[in-house]
Design a protein around this ligand. Structure first.
Ligand code: AMP
Length: 287
């Protein structure tokens, strides 16, 4: 496995692999890897000849006052874990090269990014779509793997890739959870023991809603009440949103659930903001 930080060098190598007819699979991350990230790498490994992992804590997707400065980092450990999955290249660029002096270009996806995460973090998705565009132009992948954990982000990247004719296959991997149900996240490291126990309210609420759905409940309002009751009962989480939406458009679901829907939750547990989601209906991605 090789480690590259220079953008031009990464582009040269990507061109070489493409010219040699090798398929490049790409997994963009902010590092501090966990099993969820490794699942993405394993998926890329199975589907490509060359696997590239990027590790870049992207400043433009953090708003002032968010956790950019204290975001967890452990580059050596990340490299060891990545190598264990058969990763070929770790690309870890410097912010100053990714955003050169005088940089004034942004990539923005309308509509999809205005609700839920976009409403709570108004500049977040613009930072994500811009950095992913830059990374796509540097790594030049044939395929890129994202996690359903960030469902709205995955939908936005898919839309951007289609609208802007990137010619890259976007693959979405299911959410990897801890044995007790908590969705894995680099930010879980912020949780105190008490926060960690309280954070289970998110996945419990989603599981309860799924049980009701499996038992035949199709009224959106009822399912949403189940979520809210469970989250309120736990008392410890400060809810940002709990929404039932169409999984591709992120428009609110109708009164009755007919096709697939996504239940998305964001909440603060202690000082940590967590997100989780679950798909209901046919071909649920996380069933
Ligand atoms: P991050 O490093 O948090 O920016 O995440 C990098 C990629 O890993 C994104 O596509 C995430 O959606 C994905 N990811 C993060 N957590 C999980 C998880 N628990 N299961 C599956 N994918 C995940």
């Amino acid at each position: 496995m090789i480690i590259i930080s220079d953008i031009n060098e990464m582009q040269r190598l990507a061109d070489e692999h493409r010219a040699g007819g090798r398929r490049i699979g790409f997994v963009p991350t902010m590092g501090f890897l966990h099993e969820g990230h490794l699942d993405l790498l394993r998926l890329a490994r199975r589907a490509s000849d060359i696997v590239v992992l990027s590790i870049f804590v992207n400043p433009t997707q953090f708003a002032a006052g968010e956790d950019l400065d204290r975001y967890p980092r452990d580059f050596e450990r990340d490299c060891t874990l990545a190598e264990s999955t058969g990763c070929d290249i770790v690309f870890a660029p410097k912010a100053a090269q990714m955003y050169p002096e005088g940089d004034a270009s942004w990539v923005h996806v309308d509509q999809l990014g205005s609700s839920l995460e976009g409403a709570s973090r108004p500049t977040h998705f613009r930072g994500v779509t811009t950095v992913v565009t830059k990374l796509f132009h540097i790594v030049r992948p044939h395929l890129s793997v994202f996690g359903q954990k960030d469902a709205q982000q995955a939908a936005i990247i898919r839309r951007m890739t289609r609208d802007l004719h990137f010619g890259i296959d976007i693959v979405i991997a299911p959410i990897r959870r801890e044995p007790d149900g908590l969705a894995m996240s680099s930010r879980n490291t912020y949780l105190s023991d008490q926060d960690r126990r309280e954070a289970l309210a998110l996945s419990h609420a989603l599981q309860l809603a799924r049980q009701k759905y499996d038992n035949g409940e199709r009224r959106t309002a009822e399912l949403r009440s189940t979520l809210l009751d469970e989250l309120q009962r736990s008392g410890a989480v400060d809810l940002d949103y709990a929404a039932i939406v169409h999984p591709d458009t992120f428009e609110p679901a109708g009164e009755m659930i007919t096709g697939r829907v996504l239940i998305a939750i964001a909440a603060r547990v202690g000082k940590t903001r967590l997100i989780d989601n679950m798909t209901l209906g046919e071909k649920a991605i996380d069933s």
